[in-house]
Design a protein around this ligand. Sequence first.
Ligand SMILES: C[S@@+](CC[C@H](N)C(=O)[O-])C[C@H]1O[C@@H](n2cnc3c(N)ncnc32)[C@H](O)[C@@H]1O
Ligand code: SF4
Length: 483
Amino acid sequence: MVLDPGHHRPAAPPAAPPAAGLQRLLELAQRLDTRGPRYTSYPTVPVWRDLDPRALGSALGAVTQAARPVAIYVHLPFCAIRCLYCGCNSFITHSEGRIERYARALETEVDRVADALGGAVPHSVLHLGGGTPTHLPPALLAPLLDQLLRRFPVQGGGAADGLAPGVERSVEVDPRACTDEHLELFAARGFRRISIGVQDVDEAVQQAVRRIQPMSMLRDFVRRARSAGFTAVNIDLIYGLPRQTPETWRASLAAVLDLDPDRLACFGYAHLPERIAHQRAIDAETLPGPDTRIEMLLEAQRFLCEHGYEAVGMDHFAKSDDELSRARRDGRLWRNFMGYTPHRKLELLGLGCSAISELREVFAQNESAPEKYNEMLAAGRSPVVRGHLLDADDRYRKALINDLMCNLEIRPDVVAAAEGLPVPDAVARALEGLAPFANEGMLERTRDGWRVTSLGQLFLRNIAMPFDRYLPEQGGTNFSRTV
Ligand SMILES: C[S@@+](CC[C@H](N)C(=O)[O-])C[C@H]1O[C@@H](n2cnc3c(N)ncnc32)[C@H](O)[C@@H]1O
Ligand code: SF4
């Protein structure tokens, strides 16, 4: 029998903020202040190289054989205005022709991938991300969605009314660019979860990042989304933005809770002006320092946990009765490129420019620039430009790191049993390197290995780094701050 790490849970991992005093946390953060990967994937993207598209072809063959529903991510990269902090693969345009050419190329990719899968693979998750998906006019979005639902039908029908059980369809929206027509179009096709980019509601912060969306607009937008039929609301916030202070952040958290979101993401602002040109317009002097960033993250944990939310993984929060909180309590939370999920081992197909497919034995990423992506499809070529074939050691470490980032446990033997793989020797050595974290009170022993304490939860990326086989060769990579 294949064991699932979730079957071994003696107790739920911490969901509350650490009790350690702020001074001690700051001192630890200063000592551990290092840059490192976010581990949304392992091996991480900088390790990936050219990938023979045939590798993806044979991985798709395995998906067809498994005959299980897949998760589909569709990347819609265009936006109307640039937010200065933006780290997404997004392109500003007002050219209808440019947007339409991209939508056509995407339809070609949908057909090709569905054909490669024998046209018979259903979906259980469909997520549209960006960029700003609603920068596509309804006249282009509707046929694209209809094609997706036709080529990846849900099992037993139900795609038309969108109410098939066990299927989740969600979309990321910029409230400044989403009309009632968009909302109705999504709702009619079974989209029930909406993910709203809020970032911060403080006026000075919004001006500093050039994204103005007053609270009254947000309130009205959430009301419109709910009345159109969206039953689940996610909100994205960012801490570490210019002009934020612990006081403004606290007020923003309180205001955002008024919108009654089911889930909240609090991302640490990744400021990488050497790589992302428009971030250079942000005055570095106005960015909160590392101490203030930690104070804000702790404040989010404290405030949200006091108001009926639980911390899920590193930077997400969900209402206590949300499916993600339940999965976290049961130790069966998982993560893929789209974020946290209660579904382990879901194969993910990424469609569109820069989209990533995450299959059991391969990661594959499409060309990032929309026009190049269009050309590749028009020429009958695969848009895949890079990726990574996972060997047994990669698969083992990926599962171990995922279990750590999601379930806050390091369970070498349980993961080995679940993956049907032996514990690699090098991982056994890395385990010995955990002693300093245990000495600081970030880890405590369990029957199966180690559990992360609420203090350690703040340093998850640091705790994962010793298990990364590729990190020593990545000295030159410019990662974001771990906290
Ligand atoms: C892929 S973006 C698209 C969201 C959508 N376009 C919007 O802005 O409303 C998803 C989220 O990534 C986060 N994000 C974007 N740039 C970031 C950065 N530099 N550092 C941290 N988080 C960032 C934001 O919270 C954003 O809502
Ligand atoms: S709307 Fe979203 S994707 Fe577009 S620039 Fe702003 S943060 Fe980036």
